[in-house]
Structures are given as C-alpha cells and as structure tokens.
Design a protein around this ligand. Sequence first.
Ligand SMILES: [Mn+2]
Length: 181
Amino acid sequence: MSPPSTSGLSRAHDLDDRLGAAEELTIVCHNNPDPDCLGSAFALGWIATAAGIDERCILYSGEISHQQNRGFVNLLGIELTPFEAEAVQDRPEGSLLAFVDDGIQISARSTDSRVHIGQVLDAAFEDVGSAGGHREMAGGEVPLGVFADYTTDDAQLCSIVEQVITSRLVAELNLAEGGGS
Ligand SMILES: [Mn+2]
C-alpha cells in the first residue's frame, strides 16, 4: 500500500473524483461556525455544484453569533440548515458527507500557582493554532488540517494527534523524565 499523497494537485483530483461519483453532498460545520468554517463550507458547496451535484446542504449547530459572521452569511447568501442527526445517519448510496474547518479544542485548568496555564498553552501551540488565556483557565484550537495531511486513516490520525498534543504539553510543562529544575 502506498502512502497517501500530500500534493495539492492530486488532492484536488481526489476531491473531483469523489464529487464526480456522488449525487448529493452534506457539509457539516463545527459548532458556532466562524468565517473560516462558513467560507470553507460555501467554497466546497460551490465546487460540488461545478462537479454536477445539485443536492447540497450545509448543516450547522450552535449560533452564528457575531455580527460579522451573520453579515458574511447574508452577503454570500449562504443557506444553512440546523444540524440534525438524521441528516448524517443512514445516508443513501451516492451521498457524501464532508466536515469543514474541523479542529482540536483544547481546554485547560491550573490549580498550581506556579503554572500560568494560558502562557503554557500559548507557547505549546502558537505555531500550529491559537491558544491562551488566564493563569488558572485557558483554551485554544488547533486546526485538524495540520495533522490530516499525514494520513487518511481515522484511527491513525487520532493517535498522531494524541501523541503530538501530549508531547507538546509535556515539553512545555517540563514534565519529561529528567526535566525540571
Ligand atoms: Mn473554525
């Protein structure tokens, strides 16, 4: 078995092949979709139209909360449907399901006054996503695309994500064996 190609051109061909063989497309946004997510969903819908798929829908959950996000949706005329589990279960053959702008959500708490958890998350993930917060409480997001380029296997992807996130945290907290002051 050859490893999945990461070249942009062959991924575009891949997408074209898949869309060409499909009859309908359901696009799922993450919770409280931001412009990244809405833009990706809209673009994928447009590409699917060009590939001849007439049945498309974009699902979202949570809220389109900020003014700029609502403006974005109205301006581009993006039609959004509230997420329902039935829409993604038991799909007929020829129906494709796509997730856009998926990310890893990070949330952390510190009860140790020596550890500023916001600074730890920021330092650990600033180059691959965005993270930060307060001394006791912090959060962040790392786009899954950073990892998805390495594999198309879900189980393998989860294990890569777990390893990378864990080792970055361990390194930043100076917890590695032989580490410490
Ligand atoms: Mn997003």
